[in-house]
Design a protein around this ligand. Sequence first.
Ligand code: ARG
Ligand code: ZN
Length: 466
Amino acid sequence: PRRTAVLRREAVTVTVPVALAALLAAAGPAAAGTTGASGVGDPYFPLAGNGGYHVEHYDLTLRYNPTSRHLVGRAVLTARATKKLTRFDLDLKGLTVTGLKVGHDRAEFRRRGQELVVAPRRTLHKGERFKVTVAYRGTPKPVTDPDGSLDGWIPTDDGAFVAGEPQGAMTWFPANNHPLDKSSYDFTLTVPKGRTAVANGVYLGSRTADGRTTFRWRQKEPMAAYLATATIGKFKIKRYTTADGLQVYNAVDPREAAAAAPVLKKLPSVLKWGSKLFGPYPYRAAGAIVDRAPDVGFALETQTRPVYDSAPDLSTLVHETAHQWFGDSVSVTSWKDIWLNEGFATYAEWLYSEQHGGDRAQKTFDALYARPASDDLWEFPPGNPGSGANIFGTPVYARGAMALHALRTAVGDPAFHRILKAWADGHRDGHGTTAQFVRLAERESGQDLDSLFQTWLYTAGKPNQG
Ligand code: ARG
Ligand code: ZN
């Protein structure tokens, strides 16, 4: 069985970049000629991401002063052109660009809103691999999302809470800022001595000199820009390796430590539970960043190491852990498909509960179904939230989970569990669409599920059949 899994993964690694290249090359309204498009064509966030290239790797070197809130950054992107390019965009909002090179040559650039328009000195040919070096500085400010929430680099009293879903990555580094483009990352983060800077992936070490400490992190498996973090604060650190060999690194604001401790103690068992249910945990590193960030109001499944705005409860820990499979490893290709992240992570909470002596998923489903037709829950269908303002709305989470419960009820537990595993395995380190999920569910169950998904994902208002 092990051998099959490895072969399957190789097949995915070979096919995904090709499909991705085609998607990125075709993306966006301004994709004509030799200009890289200003967006990947996301209907909710038209300027998110860029067309004409794929970023293979980000090397981010940042220095931050929490007192002055000043950031000095250097980003080196290793990218590959998916078409002939005389011009391409990066996404960067605010901050001042002090220098920009493509390869070894200084390149001209222009700022236009969140677009950083780059004109390389020499035309890049299709398929060419190139490096872009951006030197920048300034005071990063979060963006306000269409739903009113803060997103990106959010200053705290002792550092910054950094979480970029859906748009915030561009507030702190130049990015191809859409989940369609996934990349590996290296982080070199320098902060005043006594603060800790925590990013994604494996901790490579730290060094203190001249009153500053530099932390190095490496995220090898592909990651969408919105899942990157560089959260800074005065943290208590705990590191250990689980019985399964996962490298855990937890950073906790001491003011949240007492409340967080009993929940964080369960992380290894939650990871193990997830691995049983969804298939192998997709990463080599894990952990949590528990900050105290009163302006934030959410947690985010930052890859390998979710970031919490305060001590999480167990359900939230389960939710963010489940996202490592659903959302992080298997990414959406469009924000419209967000139920594939939030519906799955919410349903994982229901499964965890029923398997640990709590409410049965059926009971949670029934309680939601009992809500009147006027309830927020039925405001829009989860498969078609309608705008970026709705992507974190109740229907996406709760009715998205209800859609999965309806699927489970229709196909039975064995097929349902095969579907969850096959979804995580078949799209690992890649992408998945709702249409692909529906096809997979039909294949694994041998049933025609069109009307079930039509009802639960796409039909406005409260469905008739519970
Ligand atoms: N994906 C996060 C979760 O675990 C929510 C992020 C909300 N982001 C925002 N900008 N409101 O549910
Ligand atoms: Zn979530």
